[in-house]
Design a protein around this ligand. Structure first.
Ligand SMILES: NC(=O)c1ccc[n+]([C@@H]2O[C@H](COP(=O)([O-])OP(=O)(O)OC[C@H]3O[C@@H](n4cnc5c(N)ncnc54)[C@H](O)[C@@H]3O)[C@@H](O)[C@H]2O)c1
Length: 252
């Protein structure tokens, strides 16, 4: 018996990195997974990987910043599976830039994906969960939503907003049986840390030694924390910040 038997989970940004690993783990735990992503070809690849574990799955091309796309994701998911029990608001982009170099177009682009995308997910999925008076939402935040880093004003502002939306949504939906928590990873080995290494001219070795555990996290380690928050194992947690950072913020 899996921890998510008969649950339906929507995972945004499920085509790669943390989203992909979470989709695979959820399928292993018995969930019917709806993977959404902008990247259709990678999304179709993950769909095939999941079908090898659990055939009840769906890929939907989705830009999280577009409200009509969210309406379509919700209607396709409920048409196929009738209910939605878990939402992992995971899709996001990462931009590191000194403050004077952040133009308004870049600011709006990142905010539309990282902040508006999460808001739209909450707006369109919470009413579906409310019908069953049950559900778990996990929002991908970051240690950048908890502390400062050089060059992280824009990304950190977006994750600070996600942290705050998590707590406000949790307060509004607790009485409706829905729990909403955020996860706060530090460096995890995905395309995002390749980008960070390139932009900051820091070697992977240097990045590995930036936390007490002395290594970057694996996406599977984040997926396991998301599974905990998605499942009934975390039944008394809502509005909480789940830190997965190798000890980085313990040094603050
Ligand atoms: N990797 C890290 O070190 C790290 C640390 C802290 C937080 N996070 C957060 O975890 C989440 C996942 O990051 P990751 O490391 O797996 O990154 P990733 O780049 O591997 O995956 C992100 C996925 O989101 C998709 N995506 C981008 N824009 C989208 C949009 N508008 N609509 C739908 N999908 C879109 C991409 O196509 C990609 O598949 C992000 O929210 C990120 O900010 C990552």
């Amino acid at each position: 018996m899996g921890k998510l038997d008969n649950k339906v989970a929507i995972i945004t940004g499920g085509a790669s990195g943390i989203g992909r690993k979470t989709a695979l783990l959820f399928a292993e735990e018995g969930a019917n997974v709806v993977i959404t992503d902008m990247d259709e070809s990678k999304g179709e690849q993950v769909l095939e990987e999941i079908k090898a574990i659990n055939t009840k799955t769906l890929f939907i091309k989705h830009d999280v910043s577009q409200e009509n796309d969210w309406k379509s994701v919700v209607s396709q998911s409920t048409n196929k599976f009738q209910h939605v029990d878990i939402l992992f608001n995971n899709a996001g982009i990462y931009i590191i830039k000194p403050i004077p170099e952040i133009d308004l177009e870049t600011w709006n682009k990142l905010m539309n994906i990282n902040v508006t995308g999460v808001f739209l997910g909450l707006k369109h999925v919470l009413p579906v969960m409310e019908k069953n008076r049950a559900g778990s939402v996990i929002n991908a935040c970051s240690t950048a939503g908890l502390r400062g880093y050089e060059g992280h004003l824009l990304y950190g502002a977006s994750k600070g907003a996600v942290r705050s939306m998590t707590k406000n949504a949790a307060a509004e939906y607790a009485s409706k049986g829905i729990r909403i928590n955020s996860i706060h990873p530090d460096y995890i080995t995905t395309a995002m840390t390749d980008y960070a290494s390139e932009v900051t001219h820091r070697s992977k070795r240097e990045m590995n030694t930036s936390n007490p555990l002395g290594r970057m996290g694996d996406p599977k380690e984040v997926a396991k924390s998301v599974l905990f928050l998605a499942s009934d194992d975390s039944s008394f947690s809502t509005g909480a910040e789940f830190i997965i950072d190798g000890g980085t913020t313990s040094l603050l």
